[in-house]
Design a protein around this ligand. Structure first.
Ligand code: HEM
Ligand code: HEM
Length: 346
């Protein structure tokens, strides 16, 4: 009909301009440093990742006998069924003690420049030795962990295969390396946001695209960018306005404890934001349960800008597109204890 003949060029023009908008937004995101999760296993320093090591690391990740009590595993606080964290404000560990900080997700942790809220561990193998010894977490000692592993022939055999040619393969260091190898596999690719970056215009809704635009325009990408939208650099929490003592407890001075430099008081690693919609509660204190509220806090604390309710909703809507495909992990069958396995101590 005449109407469609007249309208068709107009519709085509609109479609073309929408596509051009999407391309421009994609380019803007890339210029702001945002990147999709890379394909394939990441490489880590001094630790070639092999199938044997990944399999062993998975067993160790799920093995509660690495803890003094025999009931706490890495998965207790980094539950792979719930986004790689524990859904608590701050973690509960040995003897039901409550620790001082919120458990960050292990998902995509391999892409962080350093580990922990204050970046005090250089990488995942350095990190893994911490919680096993921490009094409020697994409360064990390296000698006892090695004794436990040596008491089960299947572990001895698997360490031998994972670290071929070594004189003493069953060691605390190698345990950490195997766990690191497993953690390399804990990535969540293919989120709607990754799909959009890779060229699929339809992967985000118009509202989510607006949220992405705001996320960049408001300056969130100044701190939360790269593959993990964060996890790279350190900033004062409260750069512009310090949040209240409930959100920023005065006794946790963040990176100051690592560097003992006055300017590092209350400095923390810009938190990685991948899978953020499934890892409440928020901040190192874990005091905020609502993602929109966390975004609003960032506005006042970091940007010195009071974001409107609509802006907050829009940015939070974008953050929801960062939930990727969760790794499907088959629960490992663990070796059975022997007479020489140290007994659990509650
Ligand atoms: C931090 C892995 C056991 C609670 C981390 C991080 C990783 C990790 C990779 C850093 C993530 C990041 O910085 O983004 C592991 C492994 C464990 C283990 C491999 C077993 C060997 C536990 C347990 C608990 C726990 C049992 C709870 C009792 C925490 C907390 C933090 C943390 C609270 C943040 C601590 C801080 O920033 O000072 N863990 N974790 N983890 N994990 Fe674990
Ligand atoms: C933490 C979002 C701007 C630095 C967080 C968290 C979210 C978030 C949701 C909590 C992460 C978690 O609990 O796992 C945003 C948004 C921003 C923004 C949407 C823009 C509106 C900034 C800027 C900076 C910054 C500009 C640096 C100047 C940090 C730091 C943390 C954090 C250091 C960790 C705080 C802590 O220790 O608990 N951000 N952020 N953010 N952000 Fe931002």
């Amino acid at each position: 009909t005449i109407i469609t003949r007249a309208l068709l060029p107009l519709l085509l023009l609109i479609a073309a301009s929408v596509q051009a908008d999407d391309a421009a937004l994609r380019e803007k995101a890339e210029s702001a440093g945002l990147e999709p999760i890379p394909y394939g296993l990441a490489e880590v320093k001094d630790n070639p990742v092999t199938r044997e090591k990944i399999e062993l690391g998975k067993m160790l990740f799920f093995d509660p006998r690495l803890s003094k009590s025999g009931v706490i595993s890495c998965n207790t606080c980094h539950n792979l069924g719930t986004g790689g964290d524990d859904n608590l404000p701050t973690s509960v560990g040995h003897g039901w003690q409550q620790g001082p900080r919120n458990s960050p997700t292990v998902l995509n942790a391999v892409f962080n420049a350093a580990q922990f809220w204050d970046g005090r561990a250089e990488d995942l193998k350095a990190q893994a030795k911490g919680p096993i010894q921490a009094g409020v977490e697994m409360a064990n000692e390296p000698e006892q962990v090695v004794e436990t592993l040596n008491s089960m022939p299947e572990y001895v055999e698997r360490f031998g295969r994972s670290f071929p040619g070594e004189d003493d393969p069953v060691s605390f260091d190698n345990m950490a390396k195997a766990i690191e190898a497993f953690e390399v596999t804990l990535v969540t690719p293919n989120s709607p946001f990754d799909q959009f970056l890779e060229g699929n215009d339809g992967a985000l809704t118009d509202a989510q695209k607006q949220g992405l635009e705001l996320y960049i325009d408001k300056g969130c990408t100044a701190c939360h960018t790269g593959v993990n939208l964060g996890g790279q650099e350190y900033f004062p929490f409260g750069l512009v306005k310090r949040p209240g003592a409930d959100i920023l407890p005065p006794e946790d001075k963040g990176r100051y404890r690592v560097t003992e430099t006055a300017t590092d008081e209350y400095v923390f690693r810009a938190a990685p934001l991948r899978n953020i919609a499934i890892t409440a509660p928020y901040f190192h204190s874990g005091e905020i349960w609502d993602l929109e509220q966390a975004v609003a806090v960032m506005g006042t604390a970091q940007l010195g800008a009071k974001l409107t309710d609509d802006e907050v909703t829009s940015i939070a809507g974008f953050l929801e597109t960062l939930t990727g495909e969760q790794p499907l992990v088959e629960y490992p069958v663990l070796p059975v204890e022997t007479d020489s396995t140290p007994k659990p101590k509650l």
